[in-house]
Ligand binder design. Sequence first.
Ligand SMILES: Nc1ncnc2c1ncn2[C@@H]1O[C@H](COP(=O)(O)OP(=O)(O)OP(=O)(O)O)[C@@H](O)[C@H]1O
Ligand SMILES: [Mg+2]
Length: 271
Amino acid sequence: MTTDLLKAEGLSNAYVDPAGGPDVKAIQDISLTVEAGRNLGILGASGAGKSTLMRILLGLESPDQGRVIFDGIDIHQPASKRSTPIRGRIQVVFQDPRNSLNPHLSVATIVAEPLLAQRRTGRQHQKQLVLEMLDLVGIRPEMAERRPDALSGGERQRVAIARALITHPDVVILDEPVSALDAPVRLQVLDLLGDLQERLNLTIILVSHDVRTIAALADYVMVLLKGRCVEEGSARELLEHPRHPYTRALLAAVPTLKARGPDGMSDRLDG
Ligand SMILES: Nc1ncnc2c1ncn2[C@@H]1O[C@H](COP(=O)(O)OP(=O)(O)OP(=O)(O)O)[C@@H](O)[C@H]1O
Ligand SMILES: [Mg+2]
């Protein structure tokens, strides 16, 4: 049995420029392989194509070219042609929980949403699963009936993480999961993600412009520049010996960086 969980082959996607200019080539010829239990970090500046790639990996958008294979299934095939439902097995946490959480729903309802979509769990059991998951992400039970507005930014992002994990997905895609948070909260949430990854046996795909965020969680890193992959390799190798001038420039801005250790334990970041 292969350990390749997710594979993307030759993905390209362009958008029509609303201003009438040439099409925007958001990503060009991107291929990647995600092995189970090995976190992939996608690093690139604003506009590099990170979110476009993420939406395609999630199946939210179809590529102009290429395909995405998850556990042997082409995720962009119509559902009727797929052998197994993928729903719930790949989940996502977006950058800004202020926008990604419905302000009218309680925390408990938000976290339960993916379970409702699966229609597999009875109400009482659902409630219990939600409370367990909230506990796992560090949200106290009395917060379950609050609306997102009554939470701090860090707490909101914990709720978004709980929602993503409630179906016990194989892969979680994190699109700039901590960039909307203050520095100390950012570290707490990164620690939580590292901890959950080990406890729940998750595979993470992490998208960020921030080298330190990538270093905290990724085992393997791909660097995107203007929609193209300019460099990729193990996090340790790439972060300690960057080859491409663009990667070097990104790393030069954070001199005290350390990659995750080879044993999977994170050395984290200094400062
Ligand atoms: N729906 C769209 N319509 C038109 N152009 C788009 C669309 N989505 C993205 N683009 C363009 O594609 C390019 C890549 O955008 P994308 O959002 O994927 O980058 P990103 O790396 O996620 O950037 P950021 O770090 O700012 O989130 C940009 O030039 C962007 O303007
Ligand atoms: Mg983006």
